[in-house]
Write a protein that binds this ligand. Structure first.
Ligand SMILES: Nc1ncnc2c1ncn2[C@@H]1O[C@H](COP(=O)(O)OP(=O)(O)OP(=O)(O)O)[C@@H](O)[C@H]1O
Length: 518
């Protein structure tokens, strides 16, 4: 290995120990700005590979290396799954860091530390916010299936994600969805007495038990967030956009009813139960509010948005839900259309720019009203004065468009009718995916009208989702580095489960053999 000059970093060689320099990468553009650091799209100079660099924010040197980053690195080093983002390496820079204009970047730490991730083209929020974006039913099923598969893997490995939301679900142009941002994640054990913080999960996706102040919880907290994402995909907008914790709980109660000892045994012992008790009776209205959803979707959503965490559906059981096994089936990720890169950070920025343009145009119009209302049009060569359509009509180009919130819609599906479909006992490699662009099954999205009857469709078959493997041992063993994630044979619910045929997610309904469920 070549030795670098004193004071210089050797960027050409991989170190035999320690980390490489960030100078091995060329930053291309910023794609994310989170609470815990900036994220850049970058190119590895030597190989040309595109990666994502997440800079670890160390604003307060006295607090040392942030615990969120330590957790994220520790947890990601042990998780290896196609639906979990891959942490490739950690790289460092010799500080002090400079921003794009060459100014010190405010990071008081003398050197920067970056996590290098595989690059993903989109996050779900950014993708959904693309103008005119419409997700088809098979596409929603495809994303939901991948989300649940990744989460099931985390839960089997005794990891709680604790920040499931659209901007943390990354999607590439091959249609793969991966869970990202494990900054709030932590290992959990079966020890029901462990106290965990309840100040986790972004408010809109936070379950009622955390809002009510419980400190003893498990994987069900992530499943509530999944339910919120699912409803958001079907509805086209967030379903619980609370401004603060009391409003958040109120929104939940309005849709899911107020918790009582009947629907949630033990709820009255949770710290803030009395404090947030509604003053009027509130009935569950989920079926009524979302009556336009397909009934299998509604059935699954009901189970995800169950107030009592002990009764809430698990990721494993959700994967076995009829929703994923009836027409229109989830599509093959590879068949999904490819979109120009879209991250929440960029779409937010674009919208902000549009708003600024709009504001500026409005201000200009206010300052110079005559320009548009009184001045005669400038006649172009060859133009006739009759072009003017009226004395007060503007004749100049149109105003910049105002971005009007999320623009994704979920139109009515146009699926074929017929009886409910069943999947085959054995998955067929490569066959049976529903193609979103094929006529009939995948043509539409969700809309406000009643969903047409489900059709009998081609069975979903794939050998790409083998059966689940061994249960993670106490405190985080289980799926070890480099070991196959889901062995085909053996394991609590391997490829050939009893009862209902094993599905591609490796689950079947009759087995409940995972850690926290025991
Ligand atoms: N591997 C990746 N590939 C592409 N984009 C990524 C990648 N990782 C993160 N991003 C983008 O950066 C954004 C922020 O990343 P991340 O959530 O990991 O940071 P954070 O600081 O923890 O953010 P937050 O405050 O939202 O929790 C993501 O929403 C995504 O758009």
């Amino acid at each position: 290995m070549a030795i670098a000059a004193p004071g210089q970093l050797n960027v050409n060689e991989s170190p035999t120990s320690g980390s490489r320099s960030v100078d091995c990468f060329e930053k291309l553009e910023q794609i994310g700005e989170g609470t815990y650091g900036q994220v850049y799209m970058a190119k590895e100079i030597k190989t040309g590979e595109i990666v994502a660099l997440k800079k670890i924010r160390m604003d307060n040197e006295r607090e040392g290396f942030p615990i969120t980053a330590i957790r994220e690195i520790k947890i990601l080093k042990k998780l290896h799954h196609e639906n979990v983002i891959k942490l490739k390496e950690i790289v460092t820079s010799q500080g002090p860091e400079k921003d794009e204009q060459g100014r010190p970047d405010g990071n008081k730490y003398k050197g920067g530390i970056y996590m290098v991730f595989e690059y993903m083209d989109h996050d779900l929020t950014g993708l959904a916010d693309r103008p005119g974006m419409r997700f088809t039913v098979p596409q929603i099923k495809c994303y939901m299936r991948q989300l649940l598969t990744g989460l099931h893997y985390c839960h089997v490995n005794q990891v709680l994600h604790r920040d499931i939301k659209g901007s943390n679900l990354l999607i590439d142009n091959e249609g793969n969805l991966k869970l990202a941002d494990f900054g709030l994640a932590r290992s959990f054990s079966n020890d029901q007495n462990a106290n965990l913080t309840n100040r986790v999960i972004t408010l809109w996706y936070r379950p009622p038990e955390l809002l009510l102040g419980t400190t003893k919880y498990g994987p069900a907290v992530d499943m509530w967030s999944v339910g919120c994402i699912f409803a958001e995909l079907l509805q086209g907008k967030p379903i619980f956009p609370g401004k603060d914790e009391p409003e958040q709980l109120n929104k939940i109660y309005e849709l899911c009813g107020a918790p009582t000892e009947i629907n949630w045994p033990g709820v009255s012992k949770i710290p803030y139960y009395n404090k947030f008790m509604p003053t009027r009776p509130m009935k569950r209205r989920l079926r009524e509010v979302f009556r336009h959803f397909d009934h299998h979707a509604l059935e699954l959503l009901e189970k995800m948005l169950t107030l009592d965490p002990a009764q809430r559906i698990t990721a494993k059981d959700a994967l076995d839900a009829e929703y994923f096994w009836t027409d229109p089936l989830p599509c093959d990720p590879k068949s999904l259309p490819k979109y120009e890169s879209s991250h929440e950070f960029q779409t937010k920025k674009k919208r902000q720019k549009q708003r600024e343009n709009e504001e500026m145009a409005k201000r200009q119009k206010m300052q110079h009203p005559q320009q548009h209302t009184r001045l005669p049009p400038i006649q172009q060569p060859g133009q006739h004065a009759q072009m003017r359509s009226g004395p007060n009509q503007p004749i100049h180009g149109s105003q910049p468009q105002v971005a009007a919130g999320p623009t994704h819609h979920y139109g009515k599906p146009r699926g074929p009718s017929g009886g409910p479909g069943r999947y085959p006992p054995n998955g067929n490699p490569g066959g049976g995916y529903n193609h979103p662009n094929r006529g009939g099954q995948g043509g539409g999205g969700y809309g406000t009208g009643p969903y047409p009857p489900q059709g009998r469709g081609a069975p979903y078959g794939s050998n790409s989702m083998p059966g689940a493997g061994p249960r993670g041992g106490g405190g985080g063993s289980g799926y070890g580095v480099g070991a196959p994630n889901y062995p085909q044979q053996g394991g609590p619910y391997g490829g050939s489960g009893a009862g209902r045929a094993s599905n591609m997610m490796g689950g079947n309904r009759n087995q409940q053999q995972y850690g926290w469920q025991q």
